[in-house]
Ligand binder design. Structure first.
Ligand SMILES: Nc1ncnc2c1ncn2[C@@H]1O[C@H](COP(=O)(O)OP(=O)(O)OP(=O)(O)O)[C@@H](O)[C@H]1O
Ligand SMILES: [Mg+2]
Length: 277
């Protein structure tokens, strides 16, 4: 089919959104050897203080990794480096084997397929749950294409699928401002999912949640693993235990220990700096 006929054909399908409006993970993403994220020998100092000190971290495709560590260990700074908010002084950070994160801006990194959830939910309170998910589909490209396009069947299905995934299928029409704290957190995870990220970073997802909400969040994050790689930073040890396969302990900007929760909890160095406090 020539370019012209395929263009005319795409106009004829009026409920079809042009491909450029559909966010897609970066086509350069190469994870053929199974590794989604490489952070190697990364250091960063703030006013002479080494917040990250020779950090090495490797995250596999589909892995759910928990990162723990005392206050000030560098957990949030590590996420800032992966998402382009902070540039390290030395070291390297690669998304798959071909995408050099250190050469990219924050929006470029988000566009490439790394989504980040901050602790404070930033949903549009006046909009419905469904509309928030629809707006999130536009992602870093802005809301303009969303305003001018009608949702096609596939996009509606994607929104419905995410509603089910985040347990808000009964609340699609609800005003987002009326949701509970936990439900807002799930909606925000849903908004990230609308952009089809390959890697999700979640900082302290269960702070302020009820026990029931924590259990539901554990289910949600566990269900995302496999389809996405997920990095969860969390202080709540019961929660970490409930979701963790592999846990990384950060201390003074470096990896102190890595392993299963049982291995971590019986590690003398970990007990000393963290769990035994
Ligand atoms: N932009 C900045 N300027 C100066 N110092 C900073 C900056 N960002 C982080 N730091 C310092 O770097 C260290 C690591 O901070 P970071 O927020 O990464 O720790 P954290 O492990 O996330 O801690 P918490 O568990 O309390 O969230 C801290 O000592 C912090 O004060
Ligand atoms: Mg932090």
């Amino acid at each position: 089919m020539s370019i012209v006929t395929s263009y005319i054909d795409s106009i004829r399908h009026r409920d079809r959104v042009f491909d450029f409006m559909v966010p897609q993970a970066d086509s350069r993403l190469d994870i053929r050897n199974g590794c989604m994220l490489y952070v190697e020998d990364v250091s960063v100092s703030f006013d002479g203080f080494k917040a990250i000190n020779n950090l090495n971290l490797y995250i596999d495709e589909g892995e759910l990794r928990c990162i723990i560590g005392p206050n000030g260990a560098g957990k949030t700074t590590m996420m800032d480096i992966i998402t382009g908010k902070t540039k390290p002084d030395t070291g390297s950070a690669w998304f798959g084997q071909k995408i050099n994160l250190l050469e990219m801006s924050e929006p470029e990194i988000a566009q490439a397929g790394i989504g980040r959830k901050f602790q404070k939910p930033t949903v549009f309170e006046e909009q419905s749950v469904f509309d928030n998910l629809e707006l999130a589909m536009a992602g870093p490209r802005g809301v303009l294409p969303t305003l001018f396009s009608k949702l096609n069947g596939e996009q509606k299905d994607h929104i419905e699928e995410v509603l089910v995934q985040i347990g808000l299928q009964e609340h699609g029409k609800a005003r987002s401002g009326a949701l509970s704290h936990g439900q807002k957190q799930w909606l925000e995870i849903g908004m990230l999912l609308m952009q089809n990220p390959r890697l999700l970073l979640v900082d302290e997802p269960v702070a302020g949640m009820t026990h029931q909400e924590m259990d539901r969040t554990a289910e949600l994050l566990t269900s995302l693993a496999g389809k996405h790689s997920v990095i969860v930073v969390e202080h709540d040890m019961d929660f970490v235990r409930s979701i963790a396969n592999k846990v990384t302990v950060l201390h003074q900007g470096s990896v102190l220990a890595e392993g299963t929760m049982d291995q971590i909890q019986s590690d003398a160095r970990v007990k000393e700096v963290y769990l035994g406090e």
